[in-house]
Design a protein around this ligand. Structure first.
Ligand SMILES: [Zn+2]
Length: 356
């Protein structure tokens, strides 16, 4: 990551929402990193289709997560010269960060923390997302899909901010693993949930062709859907989980994954724990010499009541409660910019926690 270059790009680019009434064929083969050569900044494309109520798709809200962009290119290539089954409103987000190959530039508010409900309402990014939501809402969208990658070892899964049946049907089109979450706030799927069924999909690591194929298939399936089914998604057809805590490394603390000296020495295979049902006592790492640092555990749900998630006896960092982690990562940038990972529990359709 070249921080100086990143700052220069951002400073040169005022934050305007660009709009295009068609999707030019010459973008069909442009990699995310080169989009800045073709587009002046964040751009909303209106793409024609038979059904008028559009599918809203957002890609590259995080600049180094290019699976969504590649998936949309694949879908549009397949339909080249013929209309989509349904209109699409396609928002291509953080082109400046994509150029730098980073999630978010230092000078920016994260493009997936700046949507209505954000902690940063005065930011230029928040203004842009608010205008975008107004434009998309006026088009009465059928559904909304936001496509992401993550850095750790994770299965593909869908995330929702509401548990209403249309949301679960949409999520289930992508994966049987569905994560319900309230935090972080200011995310696309929470803002769009007020307008139409909305999901965020996590497609594993960027650059994996399986993620691109899966995301493209999902977008195609959503475009082909004429309406949401009246029946319930069967209970046995869905693994519903809720994020209850976000685990962060305090900004002043150091950390390592290779056993080298640091305030937190996490195990080197930390991301292999993702989506495993962990028992209390599971070791996730060791404290450094001072042994006085503690992980910051932020409640992920509406309630501020976070159980004591970790114990630190003898300098061993152990899980204190049963939990299913997600997005645990060995990527130091992701840890600094976002978090170490999330802690989840299984829930029922009513949102109540299931026995561990
Ligand atoms: Zn992301």
């Amino acid at each position: 990551m070249n921080d100086l270059a990143a700052m220069d790009i951002s400073d040169a680019e005022p934050l305007t929402l660009h709009q295009r009434d068609r999707f030019p064929d010459d973008l069909l083969d442009v990699p995310a990193r080169d989009l800045w050569r073709h587009l002046p900044g964040p751009t909303l494309f209106r793409i024609e289709g038979r059904e008028q109520s559009p599918l809203f798709v957002t890609v590259l809200l995080h600049g180094n997560e290019d699976t969504g962009w590649e998936a949309v290119q694949a879908v549009l290539k397949r339909h080249r010269g013929k209309p989509l089954l349904r209109r699409m409103l396609l928002f291509v987000g953080n082109i400046a960060a994509a150029r730098a190959g980073v999630r978010t530039l230092h000078s920016q508010v994260d493009y997936n923390r700046a949507w209505p409900g954000t902690l940063h309402p005065a930011a230029a990014e928040a203004d842009l997302m608010a205008r975008l939501v107004d434009i998309v809402s006026a088009a009465r969208p059928f559904a909304s899909i936001d496509i992401h990658n993550n850095t750790g070892l994770n299965p593909h899964y869908a995330c929702v901010n509401r548990r209403d049946e249309p949301f679960l049907h949409l999520a289930r089109l992508f994966s049987r693993t569905v994560v319900y979450f309230d935090k972080p706030i200011g995310v696309q799927s929470a803002a769009m949930a007020r307008v139409c069924p909305a999901v965020t999909v996590e497609c594993g690591r960027a650059g994996a062709t399986a993620g691109t194929a899966h995301a493209a298939e999902f977008v195609e399936a959503a475009l082909a859907m004429s309406h949401f089914p009246d029946h319930k998604v069967p209970d046995h057809d869905i693994d519903l989980m809720q994020t209850l805590a976000i685990v962060k490394v305090p900004p002043e603390a150091t950390f390592s994954f290779d056993g080298s000296s640091a305030d937190f020495r996490f195990r080197g295979d930390l991301d292999h724990l993702n989506f495993a049902e962990l028992k209390p006592g599971t070791v996730i790492g060791h404290l450094g010499r001072g042994m006085n640092e503690r992980l910051a555990v932020v409640p992920g749900g509406c309630s501020d009541d976070v159980a004591t998630y970790f114990t630190y006896d003898g300098g061993e960092i152990r899980l204190a409660v049963p939990a299913i982690p997600s997005m645990l990562t060995l990527d130091a940038n992701a840890v600094r910019l976002d978090c170490l990972g999330y802690m989840m529990h299984r829930i029922g359709r009513d949102g109540k926690r299931l026995p561990d």
